[in-house]
Design a protein around this ligand. Structure first.
Ligand code: FAD
Ligand code: PHB
Length: 399
């Protein structure tokens, strides 16, 4: 357990943040810089959180938020700004240039590194982070004095606060603290998963390649010059043990255009996992003094690289509302948080759904559907307007 500088769990704070993933950590950092108090309660150990291989693409708004929060130094040194992305289909490679279309980039910098940088800044500033917090429960959310109880090493604690931020991801407790009568949930489950591997090999290309292929979707991504991240679409009921490294490399290479496949450097995987794909939105993101941010309120399939970035845009809106309210000023920012955040969330949900539908082979994809996908990709290749729309969404809509 990590706590405040005196080693004790405080009994009172301004904001209890449930979840020490990117959303919770960035919110705590922004509050700390604004002179506001918070405590993070995280169910896992720090080692566990840092071992999770997740996102790799930061929108420009996320990059700027990290810089403003004083945690962009290593990202600017070690991250890779990408000025475009490749889409491959029908044996062709289409490059969409972000700079030319919208004058913005994305940054390749792993979620693990973002998380590490945020933990380091919070530790230095003495913000209390309680790890291995179990049985987290939220109380009195519709009163002026909510509280959160939890246990660490079998000892129960209670923290009184002014607000609770539910940043505990899709399997957290915060969303379930909202009454079913006010909650509306929207969901689409996709009939396939992504099998991902990490390998200490040079990336096949300088930029990401999203591949549409009759055998299924594939994605070539990276973390740095000697660390590649690759994915192939796979059936939902496949198990990681069904996929030897050799089988993975053969499948990936068969889904890439021949020139990319010929450049592919293979090697042993150092991580291999299967993720299901889902779109999900909970509305509203507020109940009394509880506010949901990030994956606790919404999930997107990874195709548009939007999950982490949405967690950060939520934090931007929530932070604005919290600082005003905590300063004793207006609560308008908090009152409008859910609507403002959800407006941007639905744009990213739409883009992620569109890209998933365009790039994957669905079990019931017939010849007609395949030709429609190809026609849409062909339209992207011939239309500057379509490429601008893609670039605008991929690099991130403004906050
Ligand atoms: P999380 O990262 O899930 O953090 C929530 C935290 O809360 C966790 O640390 C969890 O341990 C903790 N917690 C849970 N329950 C409790 C509890 N009861 N009490 C206390 N703590 C609790 N996004 C992108 O933007 N770009 C990408 O390229 C991208 N690629 C992805 C690839 C894959 C394979 C996957 C799986 C995801 C990808 N994402 C991507 C999505 C991105 O990783 C998530 O959207 C992001 O982690 C959300 O951050 P969060 O802080 O909201 O939630
Ligand atoms: C990744 O690098 O893990 C990654 C990149 C782009 C995506 C999804 C995942 O769309």
């Amino acid at each position: 357990m990590t706590t405040g500088s005196d080693g004790l769990v405080p009994r009172r704070t301004q904001v209890v943040i449930i979840g020490g993933g990117p959303a919770g950590l960035l919110l705590a950092r922004k509050l700390q810089l604004a002179g506001k108090e918070s405590i993070i309660l995280e169910r896992q150990t720090r080692e566990y959180v840092l071992a999770r291989i997740r996102a790799g693409v930061l929108e420009w708004g996320s990059v700027e938020q990290l810089r403003e929060a004083g945690v962009g130094g290593r990202m600017d040194l070690e991250g890779f700004p990408h000025e475009g992305v490749g889409l491959s289909f029908s044996g062709r490679h289409l490059r969409i240039d972000f700079q030319e279309n919208v004058g913005r980039n994305v940054m390749i910098y792993g979620q693990t590194e973002v998380t590490k940088d945020l933990y380091a800044a919070l530790d230095e500033a003495g913000v209390p982070i309680v790890h291995e917090a179990t049985d987290v429960m939220l109380h009195d959310l519709t009163t002026g004095s909510p509280s959160v109880t939890f246990s660490v090493d079998g000892v129960e604690h209670r923290i009184e606060c002014e607000y609770v931020a539910g940043c505990d991801g899709s399997h957290g407790v915060s969303r379930s603290a909202m009454p079913a009568s006010i909650l509306r949930e929207y969901e689409r489950v996709y009939p396939f998963g992504w099998l991902g591997i990490l390998s200490e090999t040079p990336p096949v290309d300088d930029e990401l390649i999203y591949a549409h292929h009759e055998r299924g979707f594939a994605l070539c991504s990276m973390r740095h010059s000697m660390l590649s991240r690759y994915y192939v679409q796979c059936p939902l009921d496949d198990d990681v043990s069904d996929w030897s490294d050799d089988r993975f490399w053969d499948e990936l290479s068969s889904r890439l255009p021949p020139d990319a496949a010929s450049r592919l450097v293979t090697g042993p995987s150092i991580e291999k996992s299967i993720a299901p794909l889902r779109s999900f939105v909970a509305e509203p993101l507020q109940h009394g003094r509880l506010f949901l941010a990030g994956d606790s309120g919404h999930i997107v399939p990874p195709t548009g690289a939007k999950g982490l970035n949405l967690a950060f845009s939520d934090v931007h809106y929530l932070f604005e509302g919290l600082v005003d309210a905590l300063a004793g000023g207006s609560t308008t920012g908090l009152d409008t948080y859910s609507d403002r955040a959800l407006r941007r969330v639905w744009q990213a949900v739409r883009f992620s759904w569109w890209m998933t539908t365009l790039m994957h082979r669905f079990p019931d994809t017939g010849d007609f559907d395949r030709r429609i996908q190809e026609a849409e990709l062909d339209h992207l290749s011939m239309s500057d307007a379509a490429q601008s729309v893609f670039a605008e969404n991929y690099t991130g809509l403004p906050y």
